[in-house]
Write a protein that binds this ligand. Sequence first.
Ligand code: HEM
Length: 509
Amino acid sequence: MLAVYVLASVGLVLAVKQLAYRRSHRISRHGRSLRTPPGTLPVVGNGLKFLLLDRQTLFDWFSEVHNDVFGFETYEISVPTLPPGIVISDPEVLEFVMKKEGSEGFGKGPFFEERSWHLFGHGIINASGQLWKMQRKAGNKFFAGSHLQVLVDEVFPVFWQRAKEELDEAAETGKVVDMEELYLEFTTRVMGRVAFGMDLSNSHPFSAAFDYASDLTGLRFQNPLWKVNYYLFGHKFRKAVSIVKSFGNEIVRLAVCRRDLENPSEKSNPQTNDDESGGDLVNMLLDAVPEHHVVADSAINFLSAGRDTTANSMTWMLHLLLEQPSLTNYITDELPPSGDFHTYASLSTALTPKSHAVFLETLRLYPPVPFELKQTLNSAGMTLPDGTVLPHESVIVWCPYAYGRSKKIWGEDAYEFNPERWIERTGDEAEKLKVRSAAEYPVFNGGARSCLGKRMAEVMGVWVLSESLREWEFEEVEKVGRRRSRNSLTLPMEGGLKVRVRKRNMPAL
Ligand code: HEM
């Protein structure tokens, strides 16, 4: 009872403070206030919607409001305790925001940094300025080298072996397999190798702690009272974060020991990692960033950026292909004729345009980063191309999930899964992958902070789906209507993807 009273009082005080703040930081367009979405209430604004709706329902709401009410018009949302905010849906406006990244324009800002600080710390996802630049440079170096080719040609086949055994066993025994878990195990192992140079399994206590901390961090962006939650009931969250941090620090300590043993003479000047040597990211970060605790945060950030996002994409891809089995040949037609694994070379978009089309189309409908925000960092404020005037620290929200379902961008069939929309046929019937701008298709963000792992995600998604569909057929155990996502930082499938498996060309189940 006391807790309820404290919560209510704190909420009220913050709401009053917020009203005063809003008066002095008014967002306008051509001298007038912006429209607000249907259902906006006096004082609490859209706060209840953000607090009470689960994330999936909120994403659907963003899509409906865009398609049915505002179109490309920028509108205002208000949530007590939060700075004034707008929602943008116009690709031209988003392009402007992406291009103006930095202290003179837009950036993550205190709104994002505060909420993700406990989990992401000084890592690349949360950092700005020099600290961000150093990590970005190390990441660029890693992905520009031969690492991706080594991953595809050498690491994927080894790590896929466990999945293959599990699927073979399931085909023989009739055991049900959760493909979301199976894919997550694969991506955890790949990202463990990329980020830490180690074999990391999903059953490691780090993974459970990391999942818990990520889910709660995701909810902080919706809950205006997250701080109260954290201080009153945050024990389990604090414990999870401490497990994640200790793990990161231990990995860095071991990496430093390894380097010292291998190069004892270079202890004080550890510029030892050759970018073509096949080393892992943690070593490249150690070369680029002097403080070891920042390297630990950074490695965790890279793992976080790549692990769940890629597993999400594979799970939704398989689900959508099971819904429309006639489209499976988009992937199987492009398998290497020799019966071998795809190589990095055979996974070029020129050689596998249709498989890439399935990947891109899946992410259009189910973007693993479904919700994005920035803040106006320029102390003088900013004016958007549509004339919206934003005071300092205004929050700009866009929803890649709603962009993907925009009828104005994708046409009347925007809600349908149709990989064909990505295929361009030239005169001689050759197929080519269509390119869409980051502002129309913001699944991997754009501008200076675009996703560093986009190519890795593409090759991983296509490789894994090719291997899945080459050998097995799948049948969802329960057809539960339209699948939904579960609350998280990314877009995992609620309930997982449980399937029965059989070897291709075997008698029916
Ligand atoms: C389907 C899979 C993926 C999707 C949809 C995706 C999407 C995104 C998005 C939207 C952002 C911007 C987030 C923000 O700043 O608000 C981002 C950033 C980032 N992504 Fe990915 N990502 C994927 C896979 C990967 C992989 C495999 C890696 C490899 C490590 C990776 C590394 C990163 C990094 C390091 C950043 C931060 C970039 C920066 O702030 O400078 N991502 N990603």
